[in-house]
Design a protein around this ligand. Structure first.
Ligand code: SAH
Length: 440
């Protein structure tokens, strides 16, 4: 599965648009400013927000959408600091301009004492690390998210730790000026062996995207490094352009999978580097079948098996398209007791020449998986795309089951792990859907 901002290995979806802000107290506009049909007044780096928008930002939502500010900011440079005030001119927060995107302004603080700059970045880094120190065992869990973008007050910036290495994901060029203070603060707090940077945006200059992550601090990392997760270990590549081989956001999902695997024949679809397969074996699965279109992913999975003392040739590794493999299994009446589905978050894979669509194809995938799942079997379904809401996801499970002429009962759900905090005013930050269901 891929996501952003985590969203595992893929690009963030630019932000969900909200309805036009309403309820502005435009009659209260001050002398010297003109109420232009409800549009916010912008003056020398200050943006005046309509009542509803100011309320939302004060509650903790980190984005001011372009439609709430109109075209008046377009002469600003991406990354320029912006002060936000409410319609009465009272301070709301500070952030920076994000250029010509759906998100016009990203908010970094609601404290008038904070200026956007190195000190604030360093403070945010310290707070984020302190939170993770409190909630996770850093020795037993070496793969974790230590900065979760807006939820940690560092918009569009994600930092993940893989043992002594750090991987930074930047989601907009507008954070360019914050990079050095960020890397200085990370180096000061954690003394990492290296920091790698992934740029997950198209450069404004039109330059070609990089082919891998860029080393921005420390020395070059080995091709693969070993990270510990509880009782297990995995190889990761911190120099990879997107996915390193182990998704931090699926940590709880892996653990739960292992709990359900005992005495079951497990089919792991979109198996990637086999982390779920390894967990399933660890949990007592009687057999593993892993399906992935990429032969290279299976090669990495075999190395992960070996790393955990499991015979790499024990599991069945099938290189192929999930739908085709499922059709073949159904034809041969092959059955499993547990099927795990964790597809890519965004259109990337091909389905018979067509592009895999996480939204449309999921229902078909559920139906096809249920064809090979024995009665009473366990279906574990994950989705990390922001484009599917929890309720749409549930409906997908329901309709997939109906298509396969059976029923699914959800017996457990998971959300993002604790190192992916979510702001209550920003539910968009919670992109992971994960359900464990039993079929009739
Ligand atoms: N479940 C994995 C993450 C999946 S990443 C985990 O636990 O870590 C998505 C994977 O899907 C990639 O390895 C990619 O090669 C694979 N993939 C994409 N399209 C596919 C398809 N049509 N059939 C099979 N595998 C596919």
């Amino acid at each position: 599965m891929a996501a952003t901002d985590g969203t595992r290995g893929k690009k963030r979806s630019g932000g969900v648009r909200r309805g036009r802000p309403s309820g502005s107290r435009s009659s209260g506009s001050r002398a010297g400013t003109r109420n232009t049909g409800g549009a916010p007044i912008v003056r020398r780096g200050t943006v005046r927000l309509q009542h509803e928008v100011a309320r939302r930002i004060r509650a903790g939502h980190p984005w001011v959408y372009r439609e709430a500010v109109g075209s008046r900011l377009s002469r600003m440079k991406a990354g320029s600091p912006v002060e936000l005030v409410d319609w009465d001119g009272d301070f709301v927060g500070r952030g920076f301009y994000d250029g010509e995107t759906a998100i016009a302004i990203r908010v970094m603080t609601r404290d008038p004492g904070d200026e956007i700059g190195p000190e604030l970045v360093a403070k945010r880094v310290r707070e984020a690390i302190l939170l993770r120190r409190r909630i996770l065992d850093w020795e037993r869990y070496e793969c974790m998210r230590i900065i979760n973008a807006e939820a940690d007050g560092l918009p569009a910036i994600v930092v993940e730790r893989y043992g002594s290495h750090l991987v930074v994901q930047l989601y907009t060029e507008a954070v360019s000026k914050l990079r050095d203070p960020l890397y200085d603060a990370l180096a000061a707090e954690l003394s990492p062996a290296a920091i790698y940077e992934q740029r997950r945006f198209k450069p404004l200059s039109g330059a070609a995207p990089r082919s891998g992550a860029e080393l921005v601090r420390g020395g070059p990392a080995p091709v693969e490094i070993e990270v510990r997760e509880g009782d297990l270990k995995f190889w990761v590549d911190v120099t990879a352009p997107l996915a390193t081989g182990l998704f931090a956001d699926l940590r709880e999902g892996r653990r739960v999978t292992s709990c359900w695997a005992k005495d079951r024949r497990v089919l792991n679809l979109f198996s990637y580097t086999g982390s779920i397969s390894v967990y399933a074996v660890h949990g007592g699965a009687t057999a593993i079948t892993a399906v992935d279109v990429a032969a290279r992913a299976h090669a990495r999975a075999r190395r992960n098996f070996a790393l955990n003392g499991i015979d790499p040739e024990g599991p069945e590794h099938i290189v192929g398209d999930t739908f085709k493999v499922l059709a073949r299994f159904a034809e041969r009446k092959r059955q499993f007791d547990m099927v795990v589905i964790d597809p890519p978050a965004f259109a990337s894979a091909s389905r018979g020449g067509k592009t895999w669509s996480a939204v449309k194809d999921y229902r078909e995938l559920i139906a096809a998986s249920l064809e090979v799942l024995s009665p009473g079997g366990v279906l574990i379904a994950a989705s990390s795309t922001r484009r599917i809401s929890q309720s749409d996801f549930d409906m997908t499970l329901a309709e997939g089951a109906a298509r396969a002429r059976t029923w699914l009962r959800i017996v457990n759900r998971l959300s993002l792990p604790r190192d992916f905090p979510v702001l209550p005013a920003f539910p968009e930050g919670n992109y992971l859907k994960f359900a464990i269901a039993i079929r009739d």
